[in-house]
Design a binder for this molecule. Structure first.
Ligand code: ADP
Length: 470
């Protein structure tokens, strides 16, 4: 990836452009405001000084003040105003000048500002003075008699050097402020971008390792923000994926193992049938054994199909009165149990206990539990199905007084292919999948399933389902 496309680069560049634009706008605004303020100040100052000087020119024109005195008055005003002061009469002739040596006394001043002032208007302009070698601000103010006719002009000019120097200082200050702001923002945004991108880079690296097959990834860096939450979710996802994958491998190995046993037996039986001379009775025994192994295979495949169906099938939940369902199941099974010398009894309340469930799946759960009770209880035993309510749960118990389950095995009983003393159970024809199907269905129903058992005394399997609202 080109570094120009990286978040780090783009974030920094964006911040820099924004801060540059902001600083340029602020600087332009500040600079023009300050420039206008300084020049206006200067002009007002000149005008005030000019108004002050105008009465001296009037005195001169009335013949009360002579040229020499006028020039010395001009010099005084010039010192106060910081500007050159000229007194000019109606004919544009200079009658007083604050510059005594090399001044313009008796010369005609041909200036546009003077012409405008002689026409009765105050006029000012910016010009360049060769005498002082600087730009200057000049101003001509008309002096009027009582009737309002222009009788002369006060002409003032002052150097703009100080103002321009101040403005140059301001320009340097604004330039440095812009550079400083950009450096601070640039540095800050690099740090900020690094804070964002470091965990993202770690995430990318971990995701790449996962795509290469190393699923057990864990991100350590977890700031308490959106990226932190992303990392947290990533960790959960990786853990789950790792769990599912290893489970899948284990499951595939278990299935292969389970299928291999009946297949090996069948292969041996077929070879014996083929290679040995046998009488009819022996042949029938062998074929019966073959039949049993085939049944086991069919049962295994059916259970596997049932499990995979549970994982992907979309099912419709409906309100089910568990008491009625259990009564039906007990009636359907009673004959089969009694033929095997077992008593199947029910302890079911009359009133409805209703849950949200898929009836066929509940039947499957009961069928698996009853089959187990049937298989692991010897003749003469009793199997009882009970139903009751506890808090907001509807609980079903299937209890037998059969062989029971050793305590150390009880924790694993709901795992796929788990059998207590495998050889014993296989003899009985179990696939080791019945209880995992039960557990899967009950979990999907938001319920819980558990076992209480004592070896030699019997077992009780319970499942609790949330009671359905009205
Ligand atoms: P299986 O098809 O072998 O019965 P399950 O998953 O239904 O598989 O049961 C797992 C194992 O739990 C059985 O092999 C058996 O050893 C034990 N088990 C299940 N139910 C009972 C029971 N009611 N009494 C004694 N042992 C039981």
């Amino acid at each position: 990836m080109s570094r120009f496309y990286s978040i780090r680069f783009r974030l920094t560049a964006t911040f820099l452009v924004i801060i540059l634009a902001v600083m340029v706008i602020i600087s332009l605004f500040l600079y023009t405001t300050l420039e206008r303020y300084h020049i206006n100040n200067l002009v007002e100052h000149l005008e005030r000084s000019g108004r002050l000087a105008s009465e001296f020119l009037e005195g001169h024109l009335r013949g009360q003040i002579d040229t020499i005195r006028l020039s010395s008055l001009a010099e005084n005003i010039s010192r106060q105003a910081g500007a050159r002061v000229l007194f000019i009469d109606e004919q544009s002739s200079v009658v007083g000048d604050s510059v005594r040596v090399g001044g313009l006394i008796n010369q005609t001043l041909e200036q546009r500002d003077v012409e405008v002032a002689l026409n009765g208007e105050v006029s000012s302009s910016t010009a360049y003075s060769e005498r002082i070698d600087h730009p200057i601000k000049q101003m001509a103010i008309p002096v009027k008699d009582e009737e309002g006719s222009v009788v002369g002009v006060i002409f003032l000019s002052t150097s703009l050097e100080d103002v321009y120097q101040t403005l140059a200082d301001i320009r340097i200050f604004l330039f440095l402020a812009t550079i400083l702001a950009m450096a601070v923002v640039g540095g800050g945004s690099v740090l900020l971008a690094r804070r964002f991108t470091t965990p993202l880079q770690e995430l990318t690296a971990a995701a790449r390792r996962m795509s290469e097959g190393k699923l057990d990834q864990h991100i350590e860096f977890q700031p308490n923000d959106e990226i932190g939450r992303l990392a947290e979710q990533f960790n959960i996802m990786a853990k789950r994926l790792d769990y599912y994958t290893s489970n899948l491998k284990k499951f595939a190995a278990d299935v292969a193992h389970e299928v291999r046993t009946p297949l090996t037996t069948m292969s041996l039986l077929t070879k014996s049938l083929k290679d040995h001379d046998m009488d009819q009775k022996q042949q029938k025994e062998f074929i019966d054994d073959l039949d049993k192994e085939l049944d086991r295979l069919v049962e295994l495949v059916n259970d596997l199909l049932e499990l995979s169906k549970l994982e992907k099938e979309e099912v419709e939940y409906e309100k089910v009165a568990v008491n009625n369902l259990l009564q039906d199941i007990i009636s359907e099974n009673r004959m089969r149990f009694s033929r095997a010398g077992l008593e199947l009894s029910g302890n079911i309340p009359e009133h409805d206990l209703v849950v949200q469930a898929v009836p066929l799946q509940l039947r499957q759960v009961m069928s698996n539990l009853l089959d187990n009770a049937f298989n692991y209880t010897s003749s003469g035993g009793t199997v009882t199905v009970s139903l009751y309510q506890e808090d907001s749960e509807v609980i079903t118990a299937v209890c037998d007084d059969g062989e029971g389950i050793p305590e150390e095995d009880q924790a694993f009983i709901f795992e796929r292919f788990f059998r207590v003393e495998r050889a014993r159970s296989r003899e009985g024809g179990g696939t080791g999948l019945g209880l995992s199907i039960v557990s899967e269905i009950i979990t999907q129903h938001n319920g819980r399933v558990w076992v209480e058992s004592e070896e030699g005394k019997g077992s009780c399997f319970y499942f609790a389902l949330p009671q359905a609202g009205e």
